[in-house]
Design a protein around this ligand. Structure first.
Ligand SMILES: NC(=O)c1ccc[n+]([C@@H]2O[C@H](COP(=O)([O-])OP(=O)(O)OC[C@H]3O[C@@H](n4cnc5c(N)ncnc54)[C@H](OP(=O)(O)O)[C@@H]3O)[C@@H](O)[C@H]2O)c1
Length: 319
């Protein structure tokens, strides 16, 4: 099968399309998926560059796992003995390491059925970014109707889902993005917009019950003046030293304001929930560009730019 392979850490050019062995179902609760689409996430860029914390997991000097990708949409071609939820031919989407390849073998508990009204491209854009936004708002922030919620980095993968989800939870949504994305993010459902190239939201005196820093560009301390007395700040950036958990712990001692680092936990229940919201047209994935697999280098460059609007997706399906 064809796959995007990296055998050393480095720039996007370390990625090449190679013919590699197709995976087979080894565990009884796995399924074999023919991949139609997979998205490219900042997570893939960090692993490809060999950022130090990723090397602890994937090899200090060179990568042990050679295929990137964490989101998938495709059809099931085979099922393990203990798979009770899916059958051959089902169209599914979900979380799967190594999805920048024509076949993958994930466990059934990180998959769901494709939303009936979504394309494979749209379904592949959902898992990591939308689960991250959902878990941050619903589980970590415990978002409530009427709360004031600020989404920082509202035009990115996580951010554009977070705006739609915060609206679904009936919060009052303030979204922060750059000038060219203001109208688009407003149309996603934000009540108020702030252009970060013109205004620092922390200077305007407004207070929020929840601040979700979806792009990990703000510190807890810089958000403190904008939190209500019991406000929660959540960052998605768990690894850069300047956002180290120690700062968050110290920050948490200040009054009742809370700082939390969120790590996404892929699971079928959240995918089922998101599938329902997509089918009810409460949430929709926006895809800025879909690259063929053999343009994997260009796709990585795009994501690495840090200015993706919505999601970047790969087209992997064989003819
Ligand atoms: N903790 C976890 O488990 C977890 C899970 C998933 C992702 N993450 C991390 O979360 C972060 C965001 O992921 P993502 O997929 O949403 O990224 P993304 O799609 O690449 O984010 C791109 C967006 O960031 C915005 N942006 C760039 N600089 C900004 C700034 N200074 N202020 C405000 N917005 C800015 C851009 O808007 P403009 O073009 O308008 O500047 C663009 O729309 C990444 O660091 C990723 O590694 C963490």
């Amino acid at each position: 099968m064809r796959a995007a392979i990296y055998r050393s850490y480095g720039p996007p050019e370390v990625l090449n399309i190679e013919d590699v062995e197709q995976p087979t179902i080894k565990d009884d609760d796995r399924v074999l998926i023919r991949v139609y689409n997979a998205s490219v996430n900042p997570y893939d860029v960090l692993f490809r560059k060999g950022y130090l914390p990723t090397r602890i997991e994937n090899g200090l000097t060179k990568p042990k796992n050679h295929t990137l990708g964490i989101d998938v949409a495709g059809t099931i071609e085979a099922v393990g003995k203990n798979v009770d939820r899916f059958k051959v031919g089902d169209q599914v989407f979900g979380s799967c390491i190594g999805s920048h390849a024509e076949y993958v073998c994930p466990r059934q508990n990180v998959l769901s059925f494709m939303p009936k009204n979504a394309t494979f491209e749209e379904a592949a854009a959902i898992p990591c970014a939308a689960q991250t936004a959902l878990q941050a708002l619903r589980d970590v922030a415990q978002i409530k109707q009427g709360q004031r919620v600020l989404i920082y980095g509202a035009s990115g993968g996580i951010g554009h889902f977070a705006v739609q989800l915060a609206r679904y939870f009936e919060a009052e949504v303030t979204a922060v993005c750059s000038t060219s994305n203001l109208q688009w993010v407003k149309d996603l459902g934000a009540h108020y917009m702030i252009d970060y190239t013109k205004e620092n939201f922390a200077d305007n005196g407004k207070k929020y019950d929840v601040i979700l820093d979806a792009v990990g560009k703000r510190t807890f301390f810089s958000c403190l003046p904008s939190l209500t007395e019991t406000g929660v700040y959540i960052t998605e950036n768990a690894i850069y030293p300047k956002y180290h958990p120690i700062q968050l712990m110290i920050g948490s001692l200040i009054g009742h304001k809370k700082a939390k680092v969120h790590l996404t936990k892929p699971n079928d229940k959240d995918l089922d929930f998101l599938r329902g919201l997509v089918e009810e047209e409460k949430v929709k994935a926006f895809i800025e560009k879909c690259y063929p697999l053999d343009q994997i280098v260009a796709a990585h460059r795009h994501v690495e730019s840090g200015h993706t609007k919505g999601k970047i997706v790969l087209d992997i399906k064989m003819e």
